[in-house]
Each structure stands twice: as structure tokens, then as C-alpha cells.
Design a protein around this ligand. Structure first.
Ligand code: ZN
Length: 409
């Protein structure tokens, strides 16, 4: 079992910093910054009105934030009677965050500013799952995104990685069966190379957070995000909070049993949901199509379905039904307001939506819940990368600690 020593040390440090930071002064500063981010552009007077802080406190915090280049002045704005006020804006270009999604057949990396706007992107298909190859490709993508970051005060404020497996609360990968990783400390490996905070998160948790922050789930408090790629992961937002479970691996529903005496899974269980409702299942349902391994199989099967290929359409039909069966189990467990289907399979919405909906409508207890929404991700393949990037820059803004990789171009 991996020990969390290094992370524990970081946590200890963070706890000490927390005691210092959450002095009243820094609490006020966070509040002022938060208000500017939320209402930008805003005047000093309106910050005071919104927060209940007195004008002197707002002014002194604004001076510090201006010096730190986290905000800037531009104006004047609308007057409510007297002199037109100078307006304060959040400087979302003060630093950049990197979000990476390690799929099983791709690696996607994005560079975002401190508001989650995508400023750069790099992706590669992943054909060879040997450890050294995955790490080389991952480092190559991170390096290209670091190089692509425009000059800024704080440079790269952190790197977040979404992985298709269970991750402990201290960021250690416990098991990623589809990558063949067990008890792997990716965090320490990256911390040795990059001098900035590293966050490792389960890809479905990150995807759920991405949807909640930027996508289809913005208005809901109880969301189940189902990430369907080569495997299936589930991220749970309950009462507006990401639910990780006691040890951090809630949502491993890709491995719930859907077929008694079914196929044996790499996790050791039999009949796991992801063997019947993921891209690997689609591959087995459409075996007779003999698609070249050089091609993106999902894209090719979608193309064949568009051309009227019955085998391709039937493969999506079976996959949609199995997805629906698993979703019924999840709905009956959590009674969410919204279910979002994301990751690569969202590209096949046209072909899987109908069989999925007919399954969930006809076979579920929750017919009394008329307000349940089943949606496909608007961010499709970017939910995880955006979610994990948001973890990074939100952490930076909350801690306000300028640790970064200098960007000197
Ligand atoms: Zn399994």
C-alpha cells in the first residue's frame, strides 16, 4: 500500500499556512477577490455594499490585489450620482493552468486561464499502453502546454491530471485497471519535474466538476456524471459538492455487476457494467466490421451508422440499452436531478439516446420523478480536462500562493 508521506507533509504545510492565511485580513482579501471575480467589472463602493466590509478595508485589500496583478483597474464606470467610479476587473491572464485527461486510447491536455477559457490544446491517440510510453506522451503534452503559455505574472499555477482509476484522497492512484496501474505515485513523479502544485483526480470526478462548473450541470445541485470511454467512471455531485467517499473512490460503478456469470473483468469481478456499455463493448458488438486498429474505431462506427450500416446501428442499440440498465441502478441509488453522459461516447448521442431512454423509461421505479433530466455532455471530450484545470486554478486563487513554473518568453 502506498503511504501518503509526501502528501501528508504538503497537507501539514497547508494546515500551517491555513492558520496564517485565515487571519481576518486574508479572509477579507479572499472575499474581495471572490467578489471581483463574480461581478467583474465592479467598483470599490459596490464591493463594500456586496460584502459588508467597510470602504477602508476594501481599499487596502484592492491595493494588495492590484500589486499582485490579480486584478486591474479600468474605467470609469456608471455613476450612481457622484463622480464616475474606476472599475475593477479580474485579471484572468495573471496565470495559466494545465488540465490533462488520460483516457485509455488518448491523452488530451488543455491550457486554460484563471477563468477556464481554453488558450491551448494538445492531444495524442494512445495505442501503446506500456508504462514508459504513456509517461513519455504525458510529459510531452505537458511540456508543449508549458511552452505555449503566454508570459504572465504567475506562469503555470499548477497541473491537474484526470486518470481512469481510483485515486486516494491524498492523490495516489490506487488502481487504474485499463492502464495496468496499481498503487502508482504519479504525483511525486511529476512533482520532481515541475515546480508547481500537482493534482491527481479520478477522471469522472473531474468530469463531473467540469460539467458543474462550465457545462450542462451548472444549474443543478445533484448530478450524476457518467464518463463513457474505454471504461466507465461515475462522478457524483451531491448537494453541490463532489462526493468522493471515505477513501476517495466512490463512483467506481463501471465495475458494478450487470450480468451474473458475465465476462471476467480486469478488476477481478465478473459481468462489470463497463464490459457491456463502453467503447470496449462497442468494439466487441461490431467485431464483424473488421475495423483497422489504425483508425479511431468509435469515429469509424459512427460514420458507418451514418451510412446505414445495420451492424453499426445494432451495436449502438445494444450499447445504449446496457447504458440505460446501469443508469437505472444509479438513479435508484441516488435520486439525482440530472444525469449527464459524457466523454467520447457522447459523440454517438444520435445512435444511443433512443435505446437508452426507452430502457430507462420502461424499466425504472422513478417514473414518479418527472423532473429527472438525462442529458449528454455539452463539453463532450473536454469535461475532465476542464474540471481538473478548474481544481488547479481555484486552488491557486484560494491559497493566493504564487508558486509557479516561470515562463520567460
Ligand atoms: Zn470490473
Amino acid at each position: 500500500m502506498i503511504q501518503c508521506k509526501k502528501r501528508m507533509k504538503v497537507n501539514d504545510d497547508m494546515e500551517k499556512r491555513t492558520w496564517n492565511q485565515f487571519t481576518i485580513k486574508n479572509g477579507n482579501k479572499s472575499l474581495v477577490l471572490e467578489t471581483i471575480i463574480k461581478h467583474s467589472p465592479i467598483s470599490r463602493a459596490d464591493i463594500a455594499n456586496n460584502t459588508g466590509l467597510n470602504k477602508g478595508t476594501v481599499s487596502s485589500q484592492v491595493i494588495e490585489l492590484l500589486q499582485e496583478e490579480l486584478i486591474y483597474e479600468r474605467g470609469p464606470g456608471q455613476s450612481s450620482g457622484g463622480r464616475r467610479p474606476v472599475m475593477l476587473h479580474f485579471n484572468q491572464k495573471a496565470g495559466y493552468s494545465i488540465g490533462i485527461d488520460i483516457g485509455v486510447n488518448y491523452i488530451l491536455g488543455i491550457l486554460t486561464d484563471l477563468e477556464g477559457n481554453i488558450c491551448g490544446e494538445s492531444s495524442l491517440p494512445l495505442h501503446n499502453l506500456e508504462f514508459a510510453n504513456i509517461i513519455n506522451q504525458l510529459l510531452g503534452i505537458i511540456d508543449s502546454l508549458v511552452a505555449a503559455a503566454p508570459p504572465s505574472r504567475y506562469g503555470i499555477v499548477g497541473i491537474g491530471i484526470g486518470v481512469p482509476g481510483s485515486v486516494s484522497k491524498c492523490g495516489q492512484i490506487l488502481l487504474a485497471p485499463n492502464l495496468g496501474w496499481k498503487e502508482f505515485d504519479l504525483k511525486s513523479l511529476l512533482e520532481e519535474k515541475y515546480d508547481c502544485p500537482i493534482i491527481i483526480e479520478n477522471e469522472a470526478n473531474a468530469g463531473a466538476y467540469g460539467e458543474k462548473t462550465f457545462g450542462s450541470g451548472r444549474n443543478e445541485s445533484d448530478i450524476v456524471y457518467i464518463s463513457v470511454g474505454v471504461g466507465i467512471g461515475v462522478g457524483l455531485i451531491l448537494n453541490d459538492q463532489l462526493y468522493r467517499g471515505t477513501n476517495g473512490f466512490a463512483g467506481e460503478m463501471g465495475h458494478m455487476t450487470i450480468e451474473v456469470n458475465g465476462t471476467t473483468c480486469r478488476c477481478g469481478n465478473e459481468g462489470c457494467w463497463e464490459l457491456y456499455a463502453s467503447e470496449q463493448a462497442l468494439k466487441s458488438y461490431s467485431q464483424q466490421l473488421n475495423i483497422s486498429s489504425e483508425l479511431d474505431e468509435l469515429d469509424k462506427i459512427i460514420e458507418l451508422a451514418e451510412e446505414g450500416c445495420e451492424t453499426a446501428i445494432a451495436a449502438f442499440q445494444t450499447l445504449g440499452e446496457y447504458l440505460g440498465t446501469g443508469i437505472i441502478n444509479i438513479i435508484n441509488s441516488f435520486n439525482p436531478k440530472q444525469v449527464i453522459i459524457g466523454n467520447r461516447i457522447a459523440k454517438a448521442k444520435k445512435w444511443i439516446e433512443q435505446p437508452l431512454r426507452s430502457k430507462t423509461t420502461n424499466n425504472s421505479l422513478w417514473f414518479q420523478q418527472n423532473d429527472l433530466e438525462i442529458d449528454f455532455s455539452k463539453l463532450t471530450t473536454h469535461s475532465t480536462a476542464l474540471g481538473v484545470s478548474a481544481f488547479v486554478f481555484e486552488g491557486f486563487l484560494k491559497s493566493n500562493i504564487p508558486t509557479s513554473v516561470p515562463v520567460n518568453n
